[in-house]
Ligand binder design. Structure first.
Ligand SMILES: NC(=O)c1ccc[n+]([C@@H]2O[C@H](COP(=O)([O-])OP(=O)(O)OC[C@H]3O[C@@H](n4cnc5c(N)ncnc54)[C@H](OP(=O)(O)O)[C@@H]3O)[C@@H](O)[C@H]2O)c1
Length: 226
């Protein structure tokens, strides 16, 4: 597949490298062509890797990942261009973290809205799926480094887009039964509002390599049959 990655930070590089390793062609986008981080990534990732501005990456991809800083995501997507994203699955990995007052960060949007929803409203023709924003980037692309039946969440308004993302997550190593569909894009509020807790857990554990495992009661049919 041809995949566009918007973002040159650790998330963009981790996802882009994994995709190239899996045999996909990847174009990484940034605000200015010749971005140092993107050039270094493309040089080490080798065949199948290229870089350009946000619009180049968005136009290149059949599927596009938003891996930009949450406060800059709407600007980055505007630069990517609505026409380049129309009809495409746009996987939004970003969190609306505001570090302007230092640590811990606050959320620039929450409760009654979310970055995922803002992105879907800004680019109605894109098929936005919020995913992967609740795990560290190394866990995103290698879930087995954390033991257990931990999960990754997806939400969005387009069921087929979520199926497509679930297949892609399978390539990353997430079995379908550990991809938890939370419903439409408004569920992005919950996954984004998990971030303050994520930051506290990381502070206590001293590692970003952890994740949520969802345990549940056996369903009533099973209990009646037992
Ligand atoms: N770190 C993790 O493990 C992790 C896990 C889950 C989710 N996330 C989320 O993933 C996203 C990426 O995180 P990151 O640490 O890899 O990178 P980051 O430093 O948060 O973002 C870097 C990217 O954002 C772009 N950017 C920054 N400000 C911008 C603006 N005003 N307008 C347009 N573009 C702008 C940069 O463009 P240039 O390339 O032009 O500089 C760069 O490509 C964030 O939203 C983060 O919250 C991170």
């Amino acid at each position: 597949m041809k995949i566009g990655i918007l973002g040159t930070g650790m998330v963009g590089r981790a996802i882009a490298s994994k995709l190239v390793e899996l045999g996909h062609e990847v174009c990484m986008g940034s605000r200015a062509a010749g971005n140092e981080s993107a050039l270094a990534w493309a040089a080490q990732a080798g065949e199948g890797a290229s870089e350009g501005v946000f619009a180049d990456a968005a136009g290149f991809g059949e599927v596009v990942f938003n891996c930009t800083a949450g406060l800059g995501s709407l600007d980055a997507l505007a630069a990517a261009g609505e026409a380049n994203l129309a009809g495409k699955v746009l996987i939004d990995v970003a969190n609306p973290l505001d570090f302007s007052q230092g640590m811990p960060p606050s959320l620039s949007v929450c409760n009654t809205d979310s970055l995922g929803e803002k992105i879907q409203r800004a680019i109605p023709a894109a098929r936005v799926v919020k995913a992967l924003n609740t795990v560290n980037c190394e866990v995103m692309v290698e879930p087995a480094r954390v033991p257990g039946e931990h999960v990754v969440f997806v939400c969005g308004n387009d069921s087929e887009a979520k199926d497509e993302v679930t297949r892609l997550l399978g390539e990353f190593g997430w079995p379908a039964e550990r991809v938890l569909d939370l419903g439409d894009v408004t569920a992005a509020r919950g996954t984004e509002m998990y971030l303050p807790l994520w930051v506290n857990i990381m502070g206590q554990l001293g590692t970003p390599h952890f994740n949520i495992e969802v345990a549940r009661e056996v369903d009533s049919v099973d209990r009646q049959g037992a």
